[in-house]
Structures are given as C-alpha cells and as structure tokens.
Write a protein that binds this ligand. Structure first.
Ligand code: GLU
Length: 455
C-alpha cells in the first residue's frame, strides 16, 4: 500500500486537512504501507513558501511525518511538460487560444440559455500551433464514467458532463488535476484517500488515467466535516486551523483522537484508558479499518474535543504536563496538579492556578454562606493554626475535623463556609490541598482580611 497526503500550500493546515493526513497515515501504519508527502504548489498565484513552512511545521507538531517526501510539484515541471507533450502528440490534448474575456462571455451566454457552461470546443479542431498565449486543453471523451469509491460507493458520471478542461495554464504551469494524476501514477499510489470535495475532480482524473493507459488507484473520498451550524466547516463556525488549536493548548494526541472519530467508528474493545473513545496511537492503528469510513458528513463537536483534551490533561504524567506548559517550579506544579481536573486546555492551567491561588476575593454567595458562622469559624480555625509554620494535607484534614467537632458542625454545612473563607468561592479543588499549599501564614492573614471585610 502506498498513500499520500498532498496539500496545496495556500493557507494553514485545516482541521479537514489534518483528518485527511491522519487517515492516510493510519492507512500506511495499519497496513504496513508507505505515506508520501507531496506539496501541490503549481498554482503560482495562490501557493506561498510561508504556507508550506507552516503546513510542514503543523505536520511535525502532530507527529504525522511521512515516509517519503516532501516532493514539490513546482520542482517537477519538466516531468509534467513531458506528459503534456505526449497527450498533444497523440491528439488527446490541444492548444486553445480563447481569451479569458471571450470564455467568460460564452460562459454567461450558456448560463443564460440554461446550457452547461462548458468550453464550446472552439479551438478543438485547429491543427496548427499558432503564436501567442495558449492553454492546453484535454480532449474529453464523450462517454460515461463510473467511480467505484470506497466511501461514496458507485458514483456515475454521465457522458457530456465535462467540457474540454485545461491541463496547462497559459503561463506554462500545469493544473492540479493533471499533476495529481501524473504524480499518483509515477509515485505508485495504490490508494487515494481525500476529502469528498474532490469527487468531481476524480472524473477528470479517471479520463486522464484512461488517456495514458494507466491503472487508476483505489479512491476513498471521506465525507465532509461540518461545523456545528451543519455547514461546511469554515472560519464562520469557529477555528479551523490545526495551528490555532495547538497554540491554544489542545494536545496533538487529543486532537488526533478526536479526528479519529470524525469519519470513522472503530469496533469496541478494551482500551488502555478504560474509556471506549480514548485510544492510544497504537490502539488507533490497530483498530483502524478503511472500509468503515462514515459515508455521511461528520459534525465538528467542540464540546467533545474539549472533553477529550481535558481527559488527556488529567491522565498525563505530571512531569510531562509540566514540560508541555514549560513550568516546573515545584510550588506552581503543586498548584497546577490540584486544579488540572478542571482544565480543558493547557491554557486553562495557568489561568486556573491564578484563579484559585492568586488574590482571592469573596463572592456574594460565598459571603452569604460564611456570614452566619464567620466569627466562630475564624476564631476556631485561627486557634488551631497558631505557631504552625507548615501544614501537610493530612494535618490540614485533621485540623478541619477538629474544628468541625469543636463547632458542632458537619458535612457541607461546615465545609462550604470553610471553603468560602479560604477560597472566596464555593467550588474548587480539595480544601485540604489548597490549605496545605497556602500554608498557615497565608491562612492567618486571610482570616484577618476576611475579619476586616465582614465584621
Ligand atoms: N492539493 C489538493 C488539496 O489540497 C489535494 C487533493 C488530492 O488529495 O488529490 O486539496
């Protein structure tokens, strides 16, 4: 098996593109095949080096490197030229001198007459090569084509659906459809797995395979990824670039785990994680099966991605998590460990640490709960903290128990006001953890502060 990922460097790596890359990578890994990376940059107007650099970087961050490549189509122009010549010599292609203006005018006329806006074949019968700018057009066979797609099933293309399409622009640059066929053939692709939007290109490609007498690869066109608004995923429906997610603290492994279910449902089974939808890379490779891609579009569910990412953050070894956020200060790490259960992204970690361990105030609802028992609670707590310099979690727990029994309070009726006192809010990490991290000195000054606020 040989598969490829063939991005056009005309922007960043899109969520849909990452899914295509990942599924090709999985094909190669599952079936012991080879993944080729090909940069489709023959469109000089739209391709940029910057975009190529970003895409390569994103691929590295996702750790989905190819086995061969990157090959750049812009460096293979002589090869395409050779195959264009071949089609010209065999009269399967011809030069067309129609100007853009004339073509546009004809197109509008065809649309007005409710005819298919195909090229009308004006230059198809010319036998001499004239001077002046010309494109090369393919002489489209007027017959029906059938695509046996692994996902979409049998797709029929009736005869006459396609006009004579352009293979090479007047500036000499060959177009995507053409280069794609030449490369997929020369690079010996056995399977082409790509987005559903390429189905219409495929009929052109089938014609080209036939014209060259080459065998076409097996095609699998993956159903679209939709935004939550059920429209094709686009900037409108939220972030669409992989880079934005990674920069915002989504973990590559969580993102890939999420993409895995966006178009494919693996058979159930025991997972290392204990959760049916959280798979290690090895589990994903093992349970991958290209025959079970979803035929209907998948919806990008951000809430699910956030949940998955949170799951990974909670399960990751602490040392590794510190490395990812780039902070290994021991006190900060303790704080972070106490709040990581509430984090959905890496970005949440410093924010939550600050929220819980920064300058805390006293929320209205916390105040309401604390007020009735504030004096007794603070006096008792302060008494138990006297002359202490530090506080382990166990010691803190002991003190809480003692305090509760002295005050004759228990359960929530005790812990909520205590939480209000220490944290200023009614939710958060375990109180004994917070108390231990804060330490007796801080707790005493907090009590003093709240005394001034309340009493
Ligand atoms: N360059 C095309 C794209 O980025 C690739 C299509 C294909 O995989 O054949 O959409």
């Amino acid at each position: 098996m040989r598969v490829r990922f063939a991005p056009s460097p005309t922007g960043y790596l899109h969520i849909g593109g990452a899914r295509t890359l990942f599924f090709n990578w999985l094909m190669a890994r599952h079936f012991g095949g080879t993944l080729v990376l090909r940069i489709e940059d023959t469109d000089r107007q739209r391709s940029t080096a910057e975009s190529e650099r970003m895409i390569l970087d994103d691929i590295m961050r996702l750790d989905l490197q190819a086995d061969e490549g990157p090959f750049r189509q812009s460096e293979r122009l002589a090869i395409y030229q050779e195959y264009i010549e071949k089609l010209l010599i065999e009269d399967k292609a011809y030069y067309c001198y129609c100007t853009d203006e004339v073509l546009e005018e004809k197109k509008q006329r065809a649309i007005a007459l409710k005819r298919p806006p195909h090229y009308d074949g004006h230059c198809a019968k010319l036998t001499e090569r004239s001077a002046g700018p010309a494109v090369v057009r393919f002489r489209t066979p007027q017959k029906a084509y059938v695509l046996e797609d692994q996902v979409a099933g049998r797709v029929q293309f009736p005869a006459g659906m396609m006009g004579d399409f352009v293979l090479m622009r007047s500036d000499g640059s060959p177009v995507y459809t053409f280069c794609c066929v030449v490369d997929d053939h020369l690079m010996r692709m056995t399977h082409v797995v790509r987005a559903a939007e390429h189905v219409t290109n495929t009929v052109r490609q089938l014609m080209l395979y036939e014209a060259f007498g080459w065998q076409a690869p097996t095609f699998a066109h993956m159903a679209l990824v939709l935004g939550q608004d059920r429209q094709k995923l686009s900037k409108r429906s939220g972030d669409v670039s992989v880079r934005e997610y990674l920069d915002k603290g989504y973990l590559p492994e969580a993102l890939l785990n999420f993409l895995y279910f966006l178009g494919f449902t693996p058979a159930g089974g025991t997972r290392l994680s204990g959760h049916p939808e959280i798979l290690t890379r090895e589990e994903m490779i093992a349970s991958f099966d290209s025959k079970h891609f979803h035929a209907s579009p998948a919806v990008f569910d951000l809430a699910k991605l956030r949940w998955m990412n949170g799951f990974y953050i909670q399960k990751m070894p602490l040392a590794e998590l510190c490395q990812r956020v780039g902070n290994s200060d021991p006190l900060w790490v303790r704080k972070m460990a106490s709040i990581r259960g509430d984090a959905s992204t890496l970005e949440d970690l410093p924010r939550l640490v600050e929220e819980v361990y920064g300058d805390v105030g006293l929320s209205d609802e916390a105040r309401l709960l604390l007020e009735p028992c504030a004096k007794a609670l603070m006096d008792g707590f302060e008494g138990l903290l006297v002359s202490r310099h530090d506080l382990t979690e166990e010691e803190a727990q002991k003190i809480f128990k003692q305090l509760a029994s002295t005050l004759g309070m228990q359960g929530k009726a005790f812990y909520l006001p205590l939480r209000a006192l220490i944290t200023g809010v009614l939710h958060g990490p375990e109180l004994r953890v917070i108390a231990s991290i804060r330490g007796p000195q801080w707790l005493r000054s907090r009590i003093n502060h709240i005394r001034q606020v309340l009493l």
